[in-house]
Design a protein around this ligand. Structure first.
Ligand SMILES: [Zn+2]
Length: 246
């Protein structure tokens, strides 16, 4: 393939811009702010899950508490009724009297057990609602952090986007000055090797960083300036930067 030395030198500018675009793309994909945001979001989902569990626990406990309190009330009412019967002197048979007194004793024991249950449930409720307050507080703080991280991430992305836009514009301008066949070869090589063209400096290919042997160097020196050369090692287009620009 033949191409003017100017067109060949343009390939090096194109390769620089492609490297720049590659770096920007890498930065975009590995942005620390994006990773930070994802971590914060994962934590947020955890907290949301924990809050849902705590809310369910709290409502279960509140139901348990009402039930236990209703049970206490029922037993207390029965005790009061029994005592009223005793006090009114309505029970005359000694057997019946004895039964009533022992019922009051066992009801009193039952009442004390149920009151114990109420206290236990209230303690659990206090724990759960305390934990809920803590988790809700952490989540509220995290919501603020998420907004702050998203703002930093978006600013970094916008900056990358702007640089990337500039590099793309420059690339389009330079590509327009390169003949189609040479540009086609460059793009094919770039797709295969990431870099499509490299400079030859002091006998060394700047693409693969290998020094060319004397035979290859001799062949390159003998080649006319408009001959498009390739590195024998990495197959990239080898641009004789020093010779062609002088
Ligand atoms: Zn090479």
């Amino acid at each position: 393939m033949k191409a003017s030395p100017q067109a060949q030198l343009k390939l090096l500018e194109l390769a620089d811009l492609d490297a720049e675009l590659g770096r920007l793309d890498h930065r975009r994909r590995t942005l620390p702010e994006s990773q930070e945001y994802e971590r914060a979001q994962a934590r947020n989902a955890e907290l949301r899950g924990e809050l849902a569990t705590l809310e369910a626990q709290q409502s279960d406990l509140e139901r348990d508490q009402s039930k236990a309190e209703r049970d206490v009330d029922q037993v207390r009412t029965r005790i009061e009724r029994d005592r009223a019967r005793l006090d009114a002197g309505l029970v005359s048979s000694p057997k019946e009297l004895e039964n009533l007194q022992s019922e009051i004793v066992s009801l009193a024991r039952r009442q004390s057990d149920l009151e114990e249950v109420v206290l236990e449930v209230m303690e659990r409720l206090e724990e759960v609602s305390g934990r809920r307050t803590t988790v809700a507080g952490e989540q509220a703080a995290l919501t603020g952090q998420l907004e702050e991280i998203a703002a930093r991430r978006d600013a970094a992305l916008a900056e990358i986007e702007e640089e990337s836009g500039k590099a793309s514009d420059s690339r389009a301008g330079i590509a327009a000055e390169i003949p189609d066949d040479l540009l086609g070869l460059y793009d094919r090589l770039r797709a295969q090797h990431t870099v499509g063209a490299a400079a030859l400096n002091r006998g060394r290919c700047e693409g693969c960083h290998l020094s060319l042997n004397k035979v290859d160097l001799g062949r390159i020196r003998a080649a006319p300036p408009d001959e498009v050369l390739r590195c024998e090692e990495c197959r990239r287009i080898l641009v004789r930067a020093d010779e062609l620009s002088s």
